[in-house]
Design a protein around this ligand. Sequence first.
Ligand SMILES: O=C[C@H](O)[C@H](O)[C@H](O)COP(=O)(O)O
Length: 147
Amino acid sequence: MSNSKVVAMGNDHVAHDLKFILKADLEEMGYTVINFGCDSSDAVDYPDYARKVAKAIIDGEAAWGVLVCGSGLGISIAANRYKEIRATPVHDSLGARLAREHNNANVLCLGAQTTGTWVARDCLKAFFATDFIADVHGFRVDMLKSM
Ligand SMILES: O=C[C@H](O)[C@H](O)[C@H](O)COP(=O)(O)O
């Protein structure tokens, strides 16, 4: 079965509320969501959740990831430790669109403390509505793969 409509989600304790909102949006958009995140305010460590989502993508369980922490920064740094992951922190829908068009990002990172709920939802929609423009930008993404 194709995993192209499967999204792995991960988040820390700061971001469980936003995670559930984005999960519902993704399901409404027709995606199956695997929730690897934490579901409460009890303190956890964002690298653990970035690792779970990266592993799901590397193992072929999901094609996409959405990671949310306070800033969207720590969790993106953690996810980008994995060669197969192109995780981009995004703060508006233009950034979300360019992350797909130019960078072929496979993981969207959002900050629950830095991006309002409606902007985050807008970013999500833009990210998942946009295709990579491989014929123009593919050679640079290939360069990333070889680094
Ligand atoms: O980049 C890291 C994230 O913003 C974390 O959500 C944040 O560091 C968690 O901080 P605290 O444990 O103070 O809630």
